[in-house]
Design a protein around this ligand. Structure first.
Ligand code: ATP
Ligand code: MG
Length: 560
């Protein structure tokens, strides 16, 4: 298949693990979770994680938790919390109970840390951050033990309590796990568990002046919620021994094989598409795009605004599969999925996005005929609607050529075409401005050839769409190209800057048939011959409809 970059190593390796766990009778109810950090908007990669975790919970009759990993208050914001909840709900992932926050377990984490200290498994360290880094060693050299490592349990308990009570300045002391400074896994070389930092937290306010580190907090969050399968991305593979160490030493399980257990899968990457949170943030801050939901981005909010549907994203994730090795997928595959989803669902309307006037010389002035049009020929359930026809129409500029090229079957002097849902018209000439640009095309119609009349007298090779000028709804259409220059790749190798495509947004005036007035922002259509479009939910006003092109009709794969 054209869109399959690499066959996934195994589509269902996580399912196999779960099935084995269930077969061994470990636990009947599986619980998965999606643990976003509220420091940005979610993107298509996160959608994969959400649909994977939710899909597994559904498939095995388990539960799915939505839990904010809000343990680093510096970068976090309530705006992001709200947008993430909206995105998860839009995707149709139903979370168990209410939305959860890691910060609600700060007390559990604190108590777990105290248990570690009491077991002699954690200590308060006063090395500076630079010293800690230096003592940590490298991949080839073992680390060195901190001089504070062998403090008594009593001293550690008193100091840690002092840290919590605000007795020490920010950054002056940390709590570290006492594991093994010579471990071949650097993550196990006495990692930091807690730091002193006076930062206001969006959920807990100023209750805490110590905050847990991710590697300590995350496993405890999972354990407290009874998560069985903690599914994360590959970069955490090396952290798994620490994950298990924390869960075991804090007394939540006895062996690595018990729940919660961490399973890693490969991130979803799209070729030539900006997915990194950091880079999307930069595009937003630099004003290159109009916010986190600019339809050229692949945040979930942007995909929704552009007109992608939850079903199209689910289909996409199913096609991508779940792999254990990183790979990247063509954006064209996502386009394939939305076309496939909208094809039977979206009403088809006539809209002209690069208009030129067509005058039918022999049609009566001021007369308007309403002609029936099938709303979607592939879906009779959508019925028919009426389209007005008159003397002056809008047609696409490219549907007329004064001097036709080879195999051009549309309008040119002397040629006859069918106007979709209406009559045959024969081109009789055109008008031009002083620069030689065509301004009006002229034709005559044959009243015998009305669509649906059963006329069989002669055939034409071309059919074009049109909109009656007198009833046309004037609108704005936005046509998109990749935000990134595909020839050059996403990032410039030397400067590290993004290679932007200056033509990523093209705004045009469009004329749409009046049927469009029956719809609302967020609805999607096929503009016949022009692609799938969605009424923009943000910029559409009473006076002006704004359409975003979701995708063109043809595959972006060029055969020639
Ligand atoms: P960062 O942590 O750098 O802010 P992140 O993309 O990891 O960025 P998180 O909020 O931590 O953001 O991610 C939430 C979950 O989504 C994590 O479990 C993470 O593994 C998963 N995830 C993130 N990016 C992808 C991706 N490209 N494909 C699949 N899952 C992803
Ligand atoms: Mg992360």
């Amino acid at each position: 298949m054209f869109f399959m970059e690499k066959e996934p190593v195994s589509k269902n390796f996580i399912e196999r693990i779960i099935e084995q766990d269930l077969a061994e009778g470990k636990d009947v109810k599986i619980i998965t979770r999606f643990p976003p950090e509220p420091n940005g908007y979610l993107h298509v990669g996160h959608a994969k994680s959400i649909l994977l975790n939710y899909g597994l919970a559904q498939k095995y009759n388990g539960l799915f938790n939505l839990r904010f990993d809000d343990t680093n208050p510096v970068k976090e914001d309530i705006e992001f919390v709200n947008s993430i909840v909206a995105d998860v709900e839009w995707l149709g992932a139903k979370y168990n109970e209410e939305v959860k926050f890691a910060s609600n377990y700060f007390q559990d984490m604190y108590e777990a840390a105290v248990r570690l200290i009491k077991k002699g498994k954690a200590y308060v360290c006063e090395l500076t951050p630079d010293e800690i880094r230096e003592y940590r060693g490298t991949l080839t050299e073992p680390g060195k033990e901190s001089p504070y490592r062998n403090r008594s349990i009593e001293e550690n308990l008193a100091l840690f309590e002092g840290m919590k009570n605000g007795d020490f300045p920010d950054g002056s002391k940390v709590l570290r796990a006492k594991i093994d400074m010579a471990s071949s896994n650097i993550n196990m070389r006495d990692p930091i568990l807690y730091r002193v930092a006076r930062i206001h937290h969006h959920n807990t306010g100023d209750d805490w002046c110590i905050y847990p580190m991710y590697d300590f907090a995350h496993p405890i969050e999972d354990a407290v919620e009874g998560i069985t399968h903690s599914i994360c991305t590959l970069e955490f593979e090396d952290h798994r021994p620490l994950y298990d160490w924390v869960v075991i030493e804090c007394g939540y399980k006895n062996t690595p094989d018990e729940f919660p257990k961490q399973i890693e899968f490969a991130k979803l990457y799209l070729k030539n598409v900006v997915t990194g949170k950091r880079y999307i943030k930069k595009l937003v801050q630099d004003g290159v795009v109009d916010g986190w939901d600019d339809p050229r981005l692949v945040t979930i909010a942007a995909l929704r605004r552009r007109g992608f549907t939850p079903d199209s994203l689910k289909k996409f994730m199913d096609l991508v599969g779940v792999a254990k090795a990183d790979s990247s997928v063509d954006y064209a595959m996502l386009e394939y999925c939305i076309r496939d989803d909208l094809k039977p669902k979206a009403p088809r309307v006539m809209a002209v996005i690069d208009p030129i006037k067509l005058v039918i010389d022999n049609y009566p002035e001021n007369e308007i005929e309403w002609l029936p049009a099938t709303t979607n020929v592939e879906n009779p359930d959508l019925g028919t609607h009426m389209v007005p026809f008159g003397k002056e129409l809008w047609i696409e500029r490219e549907d007329f050529m004064e001097v036709p090229v080879k195999k051009y079957f549309r309008l040119f002097p002397g040629n006859e075409v069918r106007l979709m849902n209406a009559y045959f018209v024969k081109c009789v000439g055109c008008e031009k401005d002083e620069n030689g640009n065509v301004t009006v095309v002229h034709a005559t119609y044959d009243s015998e050839t009305k669509s649906g009349s059963g006329f069989t007298g002669r055939k034409v090779k071309g059919t074009i769409h049109w909109v009656n000028a007198a009833n046309a709804i004037e609108a704005t259409a936005r046509l998109y190209e990749n935000l990134v220059d595909e020839e050059k790749g996403v990032y410039d190798k030397e400067t590290g800057l993004m290679n932007l495509n200056p033509n990523s947004l093209q705004v045009t005036k469009a004329y749409v048939e009046p049927f469009i007035k029956e719809f609302k922002p967020g609805d999607s259509f096929q503009f016949v011959r022009n692609g799938y479009f969605c009424i923009d939910t943000k910029d559409t006003t009473e006076e002006n409809l704004v359409f975003n092109r979701i995708v063109s009709l043809k595959s972006s794969f060029k055969l020639n």
